[in-house]
Design a protein around this ligand. Structure first.
Ligand code: URP
Ligand code: ZN
Ligand code: ZN
Length: 473
């Protein structure tokens, strides 16, 4: 087994920081050596196979992106990153594990869809991966299959209160699924938007000739996110199911989650970088069809209504617990352009997997969150939330050696043209400048990114079975 010493860096965890060297043997961390530690020998650097000099840099647990959609069939097309390209881009950006969504469509069997996603991902991934299960057709058979998911190492599933006729579940279906969530401890992940009401507004806007991408944000009003979030919380309350609301963007939805948590409920929420930096006016409202780049659901919210500040604050105060990307990329040419003249035909999704660690680090530089909170919301909490903690999300003996050396003196320009590695013909983040840089990335002990080079290969990443959410008692 190859040994690696990461020396001279500042190790940062969710609870603190300090100088320490990290010794890796094979795929695992075997020791953290704090200054003055000699137990493993003073000449360690001469005996290990590889020494990585992390002087002046932070050493943090690899990022975990718990919300991605590789090759997702959606909006009349398929997300443009597959497991190979998407996880390679993840590695470039310091993310060493993803949790993607297996998709049960209407009329399909849950277990078949899970096998399909296993086949798509197996042997393709650059970093480790797991799945949540989308249940797009709640019925007796799919509910029985839901109950068996923990045996497959899948401990969370997603329902949609949006997208009628596609993935939508009504309240009766949600109630029945949540009863199983309460019984089994499966975490219910909810897309909380009132889909039927949105569809009425979409039809009315289009009939008035309001066809630009901007109107995607008008139709998906914050009231419809707040209402659905409240309804999901009440159904979870009634059934006793643990609830995790995905891609939260409206400050009013955040308030609903905070109130439920204040009542002691097992209610959690994630947000995404797009809701922290991008807005209805500046992005969805860009000239011509340009705004299509930023069509996603929930939508970007109004800058004037100050949702962004509230979402940042909620991240700092733990009213929101973590940041995922909801990575669901589509190209402008041949995909997003299906919606020219009708915003409702623009496939919903943004690609961010490569930039999540950087964009959230910028929050540290800008004084929004602490360095430790950065580690917590990008790695440690995702690990705990989805039953991976101990193996992932922490730098400690016995943990997988998923490690990022991050350079606070480096710089990352998300520049014009193709400066990223995602399979997209544009970037939603073009022009963003980050005051930091992903320097070196180890995935289960193997250096996959170093010196500006990708050194991994497809198949390095393995499927990881998950335990139940580790916040539940
Ligand atoms: O716009 C989005 N969010 N696309 C991906 C599907 C989903 O709802 O997460
Ligand atoms: Zn969703
Ligand atoms: Zn999603």
């Amino acid at each position: 087994m190859a040994t690696t010493l990461i020396s001279g860096g500042t190790v940062v965890s969710s609870t603190g920081r300090g100088p320490a060297d990290i010794l890796v043997d094979g795929e695992r961390i075997v020791a953290l050596l704090h200054p003055g530690t000699t137990a493993l020998g003073a000449n360690l650097a001469e005996t290990v196979d590889t020494v990585i000099d992390a002087s002046g840099k932070y050493v943090v647990p690899g990022g975990i992106d718990a919300h991605t959609h590789m090759s997702m069939p959606f909006g009349g097309t398929t997300a443009s990153d597959d497991f190979e390209t998407g996880t390679r881009a993840a590695a470039w950006g310091g993310t060493t594990m993803i949790i993607d969504f297996a998709v049960q469509k209407f009329g399909e069997r849950v277990q078949d869809s899970l096998q399909t996603w296993h086949k798509m991902a197996s042997g393709q991934c650059a970093v480790d991966y797991s799945f949540h299960q989308i249940v797009g057709d709640v019925n007796d058979e799919s509910l029985a299959a839901l109950r068996r998911l923990p045996d497959e190492g899948i401990t969370s599933y997603k329902l949609f209160m949006a997208y009628p006729g596609v993935f939508y579940s009504d309240d009766a279906q949600i109630l029945r699924a949540m009863q199983i969530g309460a019984d089994t401890g499966l975490l219910t992940m909810m897309h909380a938007e009132n889909g039927p009401a949105i569809d009425v507004l979409v039809a009315q806007l289009l009939a008035e000739g309001k066809t630009d991408p901007y109107y995607h944000g008008i139709a998906r009003a914050w009231q419809l996110e707040e209402e659905a979030t409240h309804r999901a919380i009440m159904l979870a309350d009634l059934t006793g199911a643990p609830l995790y609301v995905v891609h939260v963007s409206a400050k009013q939805a955040v308030a609903q989650l905070a109130a439920a948590r204040d009542r002691g409920r097992n209610v959690f929420g994630e947000t995404c970088p797009q809701y922290l930096y991008l807005s209805l006016e500046d992005n969805l409202g860009a000239a011509g069809f340009e705004g299509a780049k930023w069509v996603c659901s929930t939508p970007l919210r109004s800058r004037q209504e100050e949702h962004q500040d509230q979402v940042w604050q909620a991240l700092r105060t733990n009213d929101l617990q973590m940041v995922s990307t909801d990575h669901c990329p589509f190209c402008m040419k041949g995909q997003k352009d299906m919606g020219i003249g009708d915003f409702s035909k623009i496939p919903n999704g943004i690609g961010t997997i490569e930039h999540r660690m950087d964009l959230m680090y910028q929050g540290v530089v800008d004084g929004r969150i602490t360095l430790e909170r950065w580690v917590e919301i990008t790695s440690t909490t995702p690990a705990r939330m989805f039953g991976l903690y101990g193996r992932k999300g922490v730098l400690a003996p016995g943990a997988d050696a998923d490690i990022v050396v991050y350079d606070p003196n480096g710089h990352t320009s998300i520049g014009l043209g193709k400066t990223h590695h995602m399979n997209m013909d544009h970037s939603a983040w073009e022009g963003y400048e980050i005051d930091g840089h992903v320097d070196t990335v180890l995935s289960r002990g193997k250096v996959v990114v170093a010196d500006g080079e990708y050194r991994g290969r497809k198949g390095d990443g393995q499927f990881v079975r998950r335990d139940p959410c580790q916040y539940l008692i």
